[in-house]
Design a protein around this ligand. Sequence first.
Ligand code: ATP
Ligand code: MG
Length: 594
Amino acid sequence: MILTVKSYMTSASHPTPSNFIRTIIDKDLASGRYAKKRWAGRPGPAAIQNKAPVDHAKIRTRFPPEPNGYLHIGHAKSICLNFGLAEEYQGACHLRFDDTNPETEEQEYVDAIIDMVKWLGFDWKDGDNENLYFASDYFDDMYQFAEALVKAGYAYVDEQTPDEIRDTRGTLTEKGINSPWRNRPTEESLQRLREMKAGKHPNGSMCLRAKIDMGSPNINMRDPVIYRIRHASHHRTGDQWCIYPMYSWAHPVEDAMEMITHSLCTLEFEDQRPFYNWTLDKLKELGFFTDPLPQQIEFARLYLTYVVTSKRRLRQLVEGGYVDGWDDPRLPTLSGLRRRGYTASSIRLFCDRIGISKADSRIEYSVLEQALRDDLDPSAPRSVAVLDPIKLIITNLDEGYEEACVAPINPHDDSAGQRHFPFTRELWIERDDFREEPERRYFRLYPGNKVRLKYAYIVKCTGFKKDEAGNITEVYAEYLPDTKSGTPGASSVRVRGTITWVSVKHATAAEVRLYDRLFTDPNPDIGDKDFISLINPNSMQVRQAWLEPGLKATPGAYWQFERLGYFVADCELSTPEKPVLNRATTLRDTWVKK
Ligand code: ATP
Ligand code: MG
């Protein structure tokens, strides 16, 4: 199912719709489920938390990225949800790096993620608590829990090869087969686990598994792996560890250490919930955690049409050179969207509008664009640009003629003031605003026709010039005195077309980048499609354009260019002397109809 912009058009005027997660939280708060929960001001097991005062935060949520890539628009949904709920319910939201996978994680990603969550406008500080955590800080505790599970008979060291473990796991219809090591003596497992930790065994030679049920209908409960051997350097713990916990076991432990109340994750983790609860129940039984334990709640991932939102696929695009880095303005990474001209508030508005549900759906890309338009329209300064210029010569004006024209900086906001620019003999207009021979219902310039030059005069087209190749190089017109906009004569002549222009002598040159969909297919990542082959070869056009004089293209500055869309000065490439502008979005939806 693809959800289109129309389903969201009216949501701007409505308060944020509620969702099933709010319903759960409301119920929990009403029942007092978390009323006595404690918080020591730092993560830790029951030994630390139980002595602490009652937590002032009514709920605790967390955003738990793995620092193995850059954040994308899907992460924004999770960020807005987790931080948003914490704000709404006088709770706290932790930023936690789920860094249990040494091979793929780097400090560079940690920094970039922090930067982006801040940019979106969220903060993890809560009084004196910084609430910025790393799963790797819990490695000592986690290992202690693992030993306790072994001692209690809830886990064992399996010496089958990874292939054997896979082959004996069973299928959806067939039960798994018990490992020959499953019932080995506890002492033996413990000794092996200690040897694993001490680096005595190579990668893949053995692992620690939960002892649950190889006959469970849920494959995730068939003795899942808890710890594996990885002789690899970790970006924070260095070479201190050569065994690392598996995500599905580490995650509930991290949540419980941080006294998280509502652990919100995406739907693919639904089948992991029994193991999440198993882990917490066993560790509670062993005295490491106490009630109320965190609860896992799943919601639907965000999918957008015409883009991919998975780090793996984004990486392929970047490393394959199909785009120009992680912040390429065509990518749905947050750094790409920011560079493209998306504001943080437009992304938050988008996340509000799409809401939260239990059913996977794909959101029309135009919903994102509409959120940007709605965000920028009230504030964006207006200006004029000509992207595909052709010269219009006003033959009844002198060479040196200059007359000031005025226009509002923002028609919705008088206090923004006015802009001034000169009307002269030679103007740049859009090539598309002229026809040698007009088609039906073409109301702009063609020989004999009159149009209004916006904020200036009505002109009548008198002719044009072609070069030897047959390309039109100049268009000629005469202006009609007494028809200037804002004067009493302005309405004396009726015209059906209005076009924008800039004075050749005064215009500012700029490079302008126009973007189209990155993929030709609305669902490039569904099934086993070769998404690389679906890349749109024309997803970026570079134009040498002319801008209204006086425009200051400092990086990050944005405008609505009349008729053309919202543009931003590229934060990497633009300088006031050599402006480089990105079109963030057109003024109207051009995606659905194409
Ligand atoms: P990817 O598949 O892109 O690598 P991930 O889920 O592995 O995504 P994490 O860094 O583990 O990436 O994600 C951090 C949080 O963001 C998780 O809680 C995850 O559920 C959430 N998240 C990731 N992608 C989306 C998405 N498309 N929609 C909503 N939430 C998402
Ligand atoms: Mg992940």
